[in-house]
Design a protein around this ligand. Structure first.
Ligand code: TXA
Ligand code: MG
Length: 326
């Protein structure tokens, strides 16, 4: 197979990408959250190729990306008021809304469930591709199943190799972690996956509280405890526990540390220290690239200092917990 082709998002390349989608093949593209691996959402065969490329179990549903709210009617059986409120407030943007599926939805998109996930992305490349293509693009994150989501075109090529075919390079993703997912298909709105669009802002726009009990929630691959995990074992610890680990017997291990402070002088110089921002947005933006970089060093262990237990850190803490395997 030829290597995957990373291309600039010129009009000609976006046209070409739309043509590839029309033929039923896959195209990877930037979004503001993470890169997506896209297929024609109306084609069961094309959607099936996503599952093959990712090595993803067939019972995991895929988000459909659209470019205009008017398209909701094609995909959803009903559009509750809450969906209109959220769409007005946050689309285009890093929010996925789960609705009852309409009759046009192929089973491959839903993993056998009665719902469909929809999102209008804000990234200009994603929007241009959607408009050129003229219909919904099914796209999970453009990584092998269970691995860290890609936030650059190079990450996509590393993870998926030739499976991605064409990769539209929109630069590093502006946000860097996956969209917030709100389920409006049941009696109460539920937050299935926290994202950088915060729970508080979603609740304010909805005028309702988000249910936290996800025990009856639809299956979401992003809710598996081991999701978003690097190969290297990851532990998340308090800053004190990290310091302890550094000054005790573990100093013979090759270790990486992701912290929110500079490397203390007592830490062995061989430690791969990465200092991320104390601002949650900047932290999220850099996190996956840092995890990949450390993962590539074949270290024995990656220690991550737990960010504060504050609402603005909810999404980052969620991803770190999963990277550490729950
Ligand atoms: O930011 C994002 O959401 C990125 C970009 C590419 O848009 N996409 C993404 O896709 O993260 P994926 O497939 O890696 O994660 C989407 C999550 C999965 O956990 C999936 O199970 C869930 O959305 N999902 C999709 N459709 C669903 C449905 N009908 N009901 C419940 N969960 C659903
Ligand atoms: Mg994913």
């Amino acid at each position: 197979m030829p290597p995957s082709l990373i291309v600039e998002p010129t009009d000609a390349n976006i046209d070409n990408a739309a043509g590839i989608l029309r033929r039923g093949d896959l195209v990877a593209f930037s979004t503001e959250t993470v890169y997506g691996l896209g297929a024609d959402a109306r084609s069961a065969a094309a959607v099936g190729r996503i599952f093959a490329a990712k090595g993803r179990p067939a019972n995991h549903p895929v988000i459909v990306h659209i470019s205009d709210v008017s398209e909701l009617m094609y995909w959803a059986a009903e559009i509750p008021d809450g969906a209109i409120k959220l769409a007005k407030a946050f689309w285009p943007g890093p929010l996925t809304i789960i609705l009852k599926r309409g009759p046009n939805v192929v089973d491959e998109l839903t993993g056998g469930q009665s719902t469909i996930g929809l999102r209008i992305p804000a990234d200009p490349v994603a929007l241009k591709l959607l408009r050129r293509f003229g219909s919904g693009i099914a796209a999970p994150s453009a990584n092998r199943f269970g691995q860290v989501s890609p936030t650059t075109a190079a990450h996509v090529a590393q993870g998926l190799g030739a499976c991605a075919g064409l990769i539209l390079d929109g630069g590093p993703c502006a946000i860097g972690i996956e969209s917030s997912i709100v389920d409006l298909s049941g009696a109460l709105p539920r937050l299935l996956r926290p994202g950088m669009l915060s729970r508080v802002d979603i609740e304010a726009a909805l005028g309702a509280t988000l249910d936290c009990d996800n025990s009856n929630a639809p299956r979401v691959s992003g809710s598996l405890e081991s999701h978003y995990a690097p190969h290297t074992p990851v532990r998340w610890l308090s800053a004190d526990a990290v310091s302890n680990a550094l000054t005790h017997q573990v100093d013979r291990l090759s270790m990486g540390v992701i912290a929110m402070r500079h490397q203390p002088p007592e830490a062995a110089s061989a430690i791969q220290w990465r200092n991320l921002s104390a601002d949650p947005g900047a932290y999220a933006h850099a996190l996956y690239a840092q995890l990949r970089e450390l993962d590539a060093l074949n270290l024995a262990l990656i220690l991550i200092e737990i960010p504060p237990d504050e609402p603005e850190w909810e999404a980052v803490r969620d991803r770190l917990r999963r990277a550490a395997g729950g």
